[in-house]
Design a protein around this ligand. Structure first.
Ligand SMILES: C[S@@+](CC[C@H](N)C(=O)[O-])C[C@H]1O[C@@H](n2cnc3c(N)ncnc32)[C@H](O)[C@@H]1O
Length: 510
């Protein structure tokens, strides 16, 4: 119902600035458009209701810090004072909104609930909408390519062909299309993972236990097929004892995984080993006592985060909430009353890291004093995004999978992230071009919100919660150990499996 509105919005964005190619400019335009819309509403409201607004951002321009007050974020633009609405509107969670088909209005929610609702609401969430994972079709024959550039241009061609084919069936300006290393380097990526699994299974559990593999968030199901094909071909004894279980939140992707499994005779051969469980890992509720491997590839990056800012004078954290007004516009508030999940995350992190973690403000008194002397200096620090959902995931592992071994890969840094510590990229695609924006507070369901993982802190938190030991390697180091590198080497000697995904790391239980 709202898609024409958004399509129109994007269309206007591009019609007025056809020559504007840079991501930066697109981001500025998108946020300017949003701000103009909000300003327009504000003016209308002032005209009709005589509401007051205040501008701040400068020292002394805001309110006196009082810890019984909730702070509306200072902003560079005029922002409406929504304190009364903040008091009146009910606090809702992503869980409360699960069965709603319309985006909520006149409510407030924690940032993690806002992000979770935007990404995962079954009706209007990003994952339930037009998300498509690219597959290159036939695996790339790297030995026939001259170098990485050659690989890149072939990939671009396949990407366009893939989307042309989708458009021929059902044209879309707002289709969200991404690719993952599992797909780009199939089957070699999956084979490297399979080698790791079989070797570690034989070292730790064989012959007393079966090889049980859980995969959370399996996308198109490609990793599952590549792993099972490899084990069947290389180690039939282990294959006989292998079981593969997918835990997948998206119904659309769970259906696709199932149809991939039924597509060919070779794949159908795996069917009695595979179970596809269409639910979120956060709804898991029964114990798996057997030793098992737990795989998660590019799933952490979409786990919802909370946002904190710190009082620059006291370094006390304040937690971010989002207020949504009757028009669907967003306002950010900060409260000193941390909810139990965010408070626990800070405690666990403090203990797990021994206090050695980054903060989004100068760590010395002098640094903070100097920061405070700058004209228009803020009373709150820049935002820090904390991985509260990732902590919940470690809780699930520790509680329900006591004998698991985790193997996970994700991004340790992301280019073009929005402002803040551990901040996400927020972007959509319009007419096949990425449109990044500068805030996660955007029309729910149209934008990917993708966080980097701080592997040092994540590793410490995981160890503290599960009591297990781990190692972290770069994607390249891991592949050097477990991949057959000649499979992905081009004629010039360049190897995209090693050089792409420089910003990804791998964490595994030892
Ligand atoms: C970026 S895709 C990665 C797909 C695949 N692992 C790959 O690397 O190609 C993220 C996957 O995680 C799933 N997912 C996200 N959150 C989840 C959750 N809470 N529980 C289970 N699956 C989840 C998504 O539906 C999707 O299949």
């Amino acid at each position: 119902m709202d898609s024409p509105v958004v399509t129109q919005l994007f269309r206007r964005l591009f019609r007025h600035h056809p020559a504007c190619q840079s991501r930066q400019n697109l981001a500025a335009l998108a946020s300017a458009l949003r701000d103009v819309r909000r300003q327009h509403r504000l003016l209308q409201q002032q005209r009709h209701h005589g509401r007051r607004c205040y501008s701040s951002g400068g020292r002394g321009g805001g309110r006196t810090p009082q810890y019984d007050l909730n702070w509306q974020q200072r902003s560079d633009i005029f922002q409406q004072d929504m304190s009364d609405e903040f008091k009146k509107f009910p606090l809702v969670t992503a869980m409360d909104l699960r069965n709603r088909t319309e985006r909520p209005r006149r409510v407030k929610m924690l940032m993690r609930d806002f992000i979770e609702d935007s990404l995962y609401n079954p009706n209007y969430g990003y994952f339930s909408k037009q998300v498509v994972i690219f597959t290159p079709g036939e695996p790339f024959d790297f030995g026939s390519l001259y170098d990485e550039l050659d690989f890149h241009s072939l990939l671009s061609r396949r990407y366009v062909e893939f989307e042309d084919a989708l458009d021929a069936v059902s044209p879309s300006d707002t289709r969200q299309l991404w690719y993952t290393p599992t797909e780009l380097f199939r089957p070699y990526y999956g084979e490297a993972i399979a080698r790791y699994l079989v070797a570690n299974y034989k070292l730790t559990a064989y012959p007393y236990h079966d090889l049980i593999i859980y995969e959370m968030g399996a996308g198109r199901g490609t990793l599952m097929l590549n792993i099972l094909d490899y084990i069947r071909d290389v180690d039939p004894d282990v294959y006989d004892r292998t079981k593969y279980k997918i835990i997948e939140i998206s119904t659309q992707l769970a259906t696709l995984q199932n149809s991939q499994l039924m597509q060919s005779t070779a794949a159908r051969g795996h069917a009695d080993k595979v179970e596809i469980i269409n639910q979120s890992i956060f709804d898991w509720s029964h114990t798996v006592p057997s030793p098992c491997f737990f795989l998660a590839f590019e799933v952490f990056d979409n786990f919802a985060h909370d946002v904190l800012r710190y009082d620059m004078e006291t370094q006390r954290p304040l937690q971010g909430l989002v207020l949504i007004d009757e028009h669907g516009d967003f306002f950010e508030f900060y409260t000193p009353h941390l909810d139990p999940v965010a408070a626990r995350y800070l405690r666990v992190r403090e203990v797990a890291t021994g206090g050695r973690h980054k903060v989004p403000y100068p760590t010395t008194r002098l640094g903070r004093w100097l920061a405070g002397q700058k004209p228009l200096s803020a009373n709150l620090s820049p935002p820090e995004y904390i991985p509260t959902r990732l902590m919940n995931f470690f809780d699930v592992l520790g509680r329900y999978f006591p004998a698991h071994r985790l193997l996970t890969s994700d991004f340790h840094s992301l280019p073009d992230a929005i402002k803040g510590l551990n901040a996400p990229i927020v972007q959509t695609r319009f007419q096949r071009r990425p449109v990044p924006v500068t805030t996660p507070l955007v029309h729910q369901g149209y934008f990917d919100i993708m966080f980097p993982t701080n592997f040092q802190t994540a590793e410490a938190t995981y160890q503290a919660i599960t009591g297990k030991l781990t190692r972290v390697l770069s994607h390249e180091e891991f592949m050097r150990r477990w991949a057959y590198l000649e499979d992905t080497e081009t004629r010039s000697g360049e190897n995209p499996l090693l050089t792409w995904y420089k910003n990804a790391s791998v964490l595994f239980t030892v």
